[in-house]
Ligand binder design. Structure first.
Ligand code: GLU
Length: 510
């Protein structure tokens, strides 16, 4: 039995805001760790300094925090196997690059960008694609084609070089992927990837493998876009003498666009009006703002719940899961390999479920602090809870409560013209004036009593119900909207109810 401690890492590159696909990768790593009593690490892979974006690392940490994804070790936490930022580990990698050269698994390549461009266009002229590998390496400017003295001279003169992996010839690399099962790759079609660059920094491939080994990572769970790198990584473990420590791999399915084909992109979000980032992001160079789930009013619990079901399924009909629950039932075996279609409407639906589950007092507090306080409206907590209870099944977000409840706080000063035309006819003024007289003596203005008295009167008068209720509703809400009319009068109270009827009559007569 394998008793190796489960240790997984999320290893983003700080090249911009973390996409929701990245959050899902972090989430699946986290859930796998929690399920297996393991550790979840955060490592920052910033070896490509040209793509570094200011603020991206903080954004990653804040996003994970907002989602409730707790970091056990690494950036944003502590740990004994650090540093956990690759640019702070710069001195570690050269040794492994040298080791690979010495064992014949890698070589120095001195080809300049111009030289490579030239070869590339020569290939293109013959309608062929240039690959730096066993078919071409013998004719290029690298240490495989030099005497030891020539190489020594070049290195001593300070000529710029990169270190390339010498991809073995005619091998089939067979690896087990926890999601894709057995996968195999033929090395003859692969290229001699750069492992170490002339700026003294390793590339992603070398740093990633070295760090996973040194940080004792047991399982690598990452996006499908890294599957093509898998044979190289497996061969690197082997070449470095770490074959026995090769982690298990799981390549997660893509997140697909809501409509059409292909990967979900920021542009789809802009087009259809939904966020693709967990938090709002302001680009430090262009100042362009990208919307975030947090700022749009999504609860982190609902965002995480939605993400968990993008590619994973519980095997039951259940859809609502807390992070704790997910942590106890998650399994990689239930992650599919087919792309998962993102559904923005379903995402809102999730938020609505979480909203409906919150106690009214909590929603009231949220509504107060995000909307009412800013408008200078104060209201008794009981009354507010009552109002929220009446309308909460009509919204997806707390911010939407205002458009459903404004008339509870402000007497309408305008009336929806269409409703006015339909509901206020000849004779309406008389009906409303009489209604006021019916309401005036009512002592118990509660929902049922008021409803009974008004209905009795309407019945006795033998006029259609709508002839009374439509202008009545118009007076109370300014339109044809709102919940049950006597729920509204109950909240407004007798004086304000009568006041609003009078106001409508006045408005009509002016
Ligand atoms: N730095 C890589 C990324 O940005 C990590 C890939 C991996 O997990 O190996 O996604």
């Amino acid at each position: 039995m394998d008793t190796k401690k489960v240790r997984v890492r999320f290893a983003p590159s700080p090249t911009g805001p973390l996409h929701m696909g990245g959050v899902r990768t972090a989430l699946f790593n986290y859930l796998f760790a929690k399920k297996n009593n393991g550790d979840f690490l955060l490592r920052i892979e910033d070896t490509d300094q040209t793509r570094y974006v200011e603020g991206a690392e903080d954004y990653i940490i804040e996003s994970l925090k907002w989602c409730g994804i707790n970091i056990d070790e690494g950036i944003g936490a502590t740990g004994d196997l650090g540093p956990y930022r690759q640019s702070d580990r710069k001195d570690i990698y050269r040794k492994y690059s040298d080791q690979l050269i010495e064992s014949g698994n890698a070589y120095y390549a001195f080809d300049t960008a111009e030289e490579l461009d030239k070869v590339r266009s020569e290939f293109e002229a013959e309608k062929k694609t240039f690959i730096y590998n066993h078919t071409t390496r013998e004719n290029l400017n690298n240490s495989l084609n030099m005497t030891e003295d020539e190489l020594k001279a070049k290195l001593e003169s300070g000529e710029k070089y990169v270190v390339r992996f010498k991809m073995p010839l005619d091998r089939t690399v067979e690896i087990h992927d926890m999601i894709r099962k057995d996968v195999s790759f033929k090395t003859s079609t692969l290229d001699d990837k750069v492992l170490f660059k002339s700026d003294g920094m390793p590339t992603y491939h070398l740093a990633n493998v070295v760090d996973d080994y040194l940080m004792k990572i047991s399982h690598v769970i990452r996006g499908e876009e890294w599957l093509p790198s898998l044979p190289l990584h497996a061969l690197l473990y082997e070449a470095l003498g770490w074959k026995e420590s090769t982690p298990e791999f799981a390549h997660l399915p893509l997140i697909l666009k809501p409509v059409g084909k292909g990967k979900l992109s920021k542009r789809d979000g802009d087009k259809l009006g939904f966020p693709v980032f967990p938090l709002e992001w302001k680009d430090p160079k262009s100042n362009e703002i990208s919307m975030g789930y947090r700022e749009k009013g999504y609860y982190p619990e609902s965002f995480v719940n939605m993400l968990a079901l993008l590619g994973w399924n519980p095997g039951t009909e259940q859809e609502i899961f807390s992070l704790e629950e997910l942590s106890s039932i998650f399994s990689i075996e239930r992650v599919g390999k087919a792309g998962a279609k993102f559904d923005p409407e379903k995402t809102k639906w999730f938020n609505r479920q979480y909203l409906l589950n919150k106690p009214n007092c909590e929603l009231g507090e949220e509504f107060k602090s995000t909307v009412l306080n800013k408008k200078g409206i104060s209201i008794e907590p009981n009354k507010l809870e009552n109002i929220i209870n009446l309308v909460k099944d009509r919204v997806d977000f707390v911010a939407e409560l205002w458009e459903q409840t404004d008339y509870f706080f402000e007497t309408p000063s305008e009336y929806d013209p269409k409703t006015l035309k339909k509901a206020y006819k000849d004779g309406t003024e008389e009906i409303l004036t009489e209604l006021i007289e019916v309401l005036k003596p009512i002592e118990d203005f509660g929902v049922e009593n008021t409803e009974n008295i008004v209905k009795e009167w309407v019945g006795a008068k033998e006029i259609g119900f709508g002839k009374v209720m439509n202008p009545f509703r118009l007076a109370l809400t300014g339109g044809a909207r709102g919940p049950h009319i006597f729920d509204i009068t109950n909240v407004l109270g007798k004086d304000e109810t009568i006041n609003r009827i009078n106001k409508l009559i006045e408005f009509k007569n002016n």
